[in-house]
Design a protein around this ligand. Structure first.
Ligand code: UVW
Length: 319
């Protein structure tokens, strides 16, 4: 199905049953790619034209870089070297590998709108058996487009506002707009929005004992919940929101509220918007603060794991 040249505004989308709006069907009934459909060849070419210096910024932290892992259900990968003493070759094998324990993509099967209700009408059984919304759809397509970085740390500092990356700070639409104005960039359809919070660098820099305590507390900056945020992100028609924080949205999150109070439910499962978490944005943000350029080419090749729910980001920003 061809990618529509214009997307409806948020308020023109049909209401989703329990709150928020639904974009199901916009890219076809069988779509498993979501808003990455907006990364058309024209947009990729435009993003490539932003490369001026050839400066590369890998956006992945080490796969064992968050220890302990941030959510109790996840763990840190263990690497075993496969080698016989004196043999010519080395191999290695990982176990306890949680693709979402470090810099990651959440596939469109990661969180449902409600129990058993996933992006574009996929069922629990579809996701469990790898029939719909798996990470392989993005792996086969490849991800390349324009990224725009919003530096929330420096935006708060410049405004003289208190900021600590180990606390729950909820960025309002106005906060994001303040950061965007500092970036001097207008958002455009297909953009990959990078929200720099300082969380990953803060967490990884803590002494081990304090890190365990921070993981237990699980307090992280991120975008504010609510319908105003859903409307803002949809109307910007960004394809993805990624962050160096653990959940993109401010955490802890109130899972007992409606769907717009736990944004994963609407962003992933109704919009088909990709979420990326725990990315390493520290070096890129410092570079943007240095040269004042907050837009760049971003590429990523998720792991080609048929039916997989998440993937290391494998992401690179190039300016
Ligand atoms: C949440 O669901 C809050 O985070 P994650 O996407 O890492 O599972």
């Amino acid at each position: 199905m061809p990618v529509p040249s214009e997307l409806p505004d948020y308020d023109q989308l049909p209401s989703a049953p329990e709150g928020g709006r639904s974009a199901w069907g916009i890219f076809g009934e069988d779509d498993n790619v979501g808003l990455f459909n907006l990364l058309t060849p024209e947009r990729v070419r435009h993003a490539v034209s932003l490369v001026k210096r050839g400066a590369c910024f890998p956006l992945d932290a080490p796969i064992d870089g968050f220890a302990p892992a941030l959510f109790a259900s996840r763990g840190v990968p263990r690497r075993t070297v496969v080698h016989a003493p004196g043999a010519l070759s080395f191999d290695d094998v990982y176990d306890n590998f949680f693709p979402q324990a470090s810099s990651q993509w959440d596939s469109l099967g990661h969180v449902g709108y409600g129990p058993g209700v996933f992006y574009n009408g996929a069922t629990e059984d579809d996701v469990a058996h790898g029939r719909r919304n798996g990470i392989e759809h993005w792996a086969r397509r490849g991800i390349a487009g324009r990224a725009v970085l919003l530096d929330m740390v420096r935006t708060f500092e410049a405004a003289g506002r208190d900021y600590h990356p180990g606390t729950r700070i909820a960025f309002s639409v106005e906060d994001l707009e303040a950061a965007r104005r500092r970036s001097a960039v207008e958002l455009a359809a297909g953009d990959i929005l990078i929200i720099h919070t300082g969380f990953s660098a803060w967490y990884r820099g803590l002494p081990a004992g304090e890190r365990a305590e921070a993981a237990r507390a699980g307090a992280m900056p991120g975008i504010d919940q609510g319908e105003e945020m859903c409307r803002y992100l949809w109307n910007a028609h960004v394809s993805a929101v990624v962050s160096d924080s653990g959940a993109v949205e401010a955490f802890p999150v109130d899972r007992s509220g409606g769907p717009t109070e736990f944004l994963h439910r609407v962003l992933i499962a109704q919009f088909g918007m990709a979420l990326g978490e725990l990315w390493w944005t520290e070096d890129l943000a410092a570079d943007c603060a240095g040269d004042g350029i907050y837009q760049m080419l971003l590429t990523s090749t998720p792991i080609h794991a048929p039916g997989g729910v998440g993937s290391p980001a494998n992401a690179l920003a190039i300016k």
